[in-house]
Design a protein around this ligand. Structure first.
Ligand code: AHG
Ligand code: MN
Ligand code: MN
Ligand code: MN
Length: 363
């Protein structure tokens, strides 16, 4: 134990990323991006915490409706602008997609009127997708919220002729060229910041999950949980049960089994749900259990967005030894057809998720 403590005591995110870059020179530029993410998460944490002060004026609604049809909170907009600026000044990003932007944004300018004007400058190797403030319906009450980020490489795999960018690309072709329509299996990194009793930053670069805690006295994220592994079993399920009667029959059967202790584990589960995906997933990672936003008869694809909620969080969950499924397929293998596509998500402890997968397979 002493060695382990010795190895990880006082490892800041900056030092961690420098060591990763030294050992893996090919992803040095990726680690540069995390410098911007580090700073942005500290700034957003500060904004969220200070928003509760009478002088802040940052709570409440922006007075706009976003592309999701949601009434934007002021902090949805403030955090979106902050994260866009932080990522843009790395010079490593050509394009980004955000919950709060209608279409992919070309970082050289501002939000494109549509995805046509996206121009990828030399050396802009990455595409970032993010949810700047997740769980924002909770922010006025000071309940935990977070930020979710996914990083893809900008590859030229799209066969669309860039010439169409001049005038007649379809939205689909433009988003293909913007490279934002990639499946989760293409992610090179995923991270979330959680603004709670402490400020946490969890990340994976494809080689395990590392959780850092913001030490406010240092102003640095320090490594607190290296190589996080989710417990294979745990008796917690975390979903909005108000929709239970509208879920698919196999899922209803499994959840009722968990409630009554008649499921595979024979154990009776308890329910924990805070309505902020980042907080619910963080607890699931550490304690085990199942977090989900299933599809239902009203919304067959559920509520969570594949690109910047489902895929990055599934990457982290799988890297911690968990599973993430729609019930019928692995969330990370789904290629988005459009930026804000929604997806049913059930993620968490391997054995409990396997029970859901088996129930769907048996229907
Ligand atoms: P966002 O605030 O980014 O729009 O995301 C909210 C999501 C997610 O955080 C949470 O799991 C889910 O909405 C809660 O939805 P319900 O309130 O319908 O349960
Ligand atoms: Mn929202
Ligand atoms: Mn969200
Ligand atoms: Mn959001």
């Amino acid at each position: 134990v002493f060695d382990e403590v010795c190895d990880t005591t006082g490892v800041t995110l900056t030092r961690f990323m420098n060591e990763v870059a030294m050992l893996n020179p090919e992803i040095r530029e990726l680690t540069t991006l995390f410098g911007a993410i580090d700073t942005a998460c500290k700034a957003m944490s500060n904004l969220v915490k200070r928003s509760q002060l009478p002088s802040s004026q940052t709570l409440g609604y922006q007075g706009e409706v976003n592309v999701q049809g949601e009434d934007q909170k002021k902090l949805d907009v403030i955090t979106n602008d902050l994260l866009k600026r932080a990522l843009r000044f790395t010079g490593r990003l050509g394009v980004l997609a955000s919950e709060e932007e209608d279409v992919p944004v070309d970082l050289i300018g501002s939000a494109t009127s549509d995805a046509r004007e996206i121009v990828i400058e030399e050396g802009e190797k990455y595409v970032a997708v993010f949810d700047p403030l997740d769980g924002s319906s909770n922010v006025d009450a000071g309940i935990p919220t977070g930020t979710i980020i996914g990083i893809y490489e900008h590859d030229d795999s799209c066969e669309v002729d860039p010439e169409c960018l001049a005038d007649d690309c379809t939205e689909q072709e433009a988003q293909c060229l913007a490279n934002t329509l990639q499946p989760g299996t293409n992610l090179v990194a995923a991270a979330y910041c959680l603004y709670s009793s402490s400020t946490f930053l969890a990340l994976t670069l494809g080689n395990g999950v590392y959780i850092f805690t913001l030490d406010e006295t240092l102003g640095e994220f320090v490594l607190s949980k290296p190589q996080v592994k989710i417990p294979e079993d745990c008796k917690i399920y975390s979903m909005n049960e108000a929709n239970l009667e509208k879920w698919d029959a196999p899922l209803q059967k499994v959840v009722k089994g968990w409630r009554e202790g008649t499921g595979k584990s024979g154990e009776r589960f308890s329910s924990r749900y805070i309505g902020s995906m980042v907080g619910d997933v963080h607890r699931t990672l550490l304690y085990g259990g199942v977090f989900g936003y299933p599809g239902d008869t009203k919304n067959p694809n559920g509520k969570l967005r594949l690109l910047y909620e489902g895929a990055p969080m599934s990457f982290i969950m799988e890297q911690a030894g968990g599973l993430s499924t729609t019930g019928k397929e692995r969330v990370m293998e789904i290629t988005p057809e459009y930026v804000h596509q929604r997806v049913p998500v059930l993620m968490g402890s391997k054995n409990a998720i396997q029970e859901v997968i088996d129930a769907y397979a048996a229907e």
